[in-house]
Design a protein around this ligand. Structure first.
Ligand code: G3P
Ligand code: CA
Length: 264
């Protein structure tokens, strides 16, 4: 592995804002990413998918219904898959009003837009390739977007500037083959026995909090990888995650996590 965000050589726990500061602003919008930075998250996490015309957009669900007004704007196009809409169509959608009137007019961002907007805000990026089976070739297009924004690539790994993760480990491998200098993470909980082999390309193992034990953390570290856990919103759970020795905590409430880490 080429090193990576928050690797075990750092004693500090990385504060990762899940879909941005998504407890307080509509997930996966520029507003949520900026708020994460102002709440002193170290990193913001977001999900990348592709439009019909292969633009890279940041949204969690593979359909547009939950987090936009797509049902009003395009009532006849159920089930409103991301991949059935062009970027121009998606840019017409309101991705903020569902969360609160204050956020009316927020748009689904493109990856390029987020890379550009967040570049100088002192925050890193944990980019999840979401459902890559729906988007053959997405790894190359994500790599191309990152190359268009070289300041995200040009940094000391200790700065925890950028990592790419997915639940689809084959996709993570494909991405790693294209851009080997970017640290990569595997979402899920691989068997401890498989960790040494996975460490041939992976830098992070990122399990759900319920799966994390002190001995699993030790196993991940023994394989020279980091462990970031999700999605931890309760202050007591944050303290417990810290006690178990995790390297990063992914939370909807980076302000709460910042307080917990500062008090520790
Ligand atoms: O970063 C971890 C987390 O984002 C994985 O789950 O469903 O929120 O993308 P999900
Ligand atoms: Ca995610």
């Amino acid at each position: 592995p080429g090193g990576g965000p928050g690797r075990a050589r750092s004693a500090e726990i990385t504060n990762v804002a899940h879909r941005g500061a998504s407890a307080y602003a509509p997930e996966n919008t520029i507003a949520a990413f900026r708020l994460a930075a102002s709440q002193h998250a170290d990193v913001f996490e977001t999900d990348v998918q592709e439009t019909k015309d292969h633009a890279l957009v940041l949204i969690h669900d593979t359909t547009l219904g939950r987090t936009t007004n797509v049902e009003d704007v395009y009532p006849k196009r159920s089930p409103w898959k991301v991949s059935d809409f062009t970027l121009a169509e998606i840019r017409r959608l309101d991705a903020g009003s569902w969360f609160g009137t204050k956020y009316k007019g927020e748009r689904i961002p493109t990856l390029d837009q987020a890379l550009d907007d967040m570049r100088d805000r002192g925050i890193g990026l944990l980019l999840e390739i979401k459902s890559p089976d729906l988007y053959p070739g997405i790894e190359e297009r994500v790599a191309a977007a990152l190359r268009r924004s070289p300041s995200w690539l040009r940094s000391d790994p200790a700065e925890r500037r950028l990592a790419v993760q997915s639940f689809d480990w084959a996709s993570v491998r494909r991405f790693h083959a294209v851009l080997p200098d970017v640290p990569v993470g595997l979402l899920g909980t691989p068997k401890a026995a498989d960790l040494p082999e996975l460490a041939s390309y992976a830098d992070q193992i990122n399990p759900t909090f319920g799966d994390v034990t002190a001995s699993y953390v030790t196993d991940v570290h023994a394989a020279r990888m980091d462990l970031l856990t999700w999605t931890v919103n309760d202050a007591g759970d944050m303290k417990e995650a810290a006690r178990l020795g995790v390297d990063g905590i992914i939370t909807n409430e980076p302000d709460v996590l910042r307080r917990v880490l500062d008090e520790a």
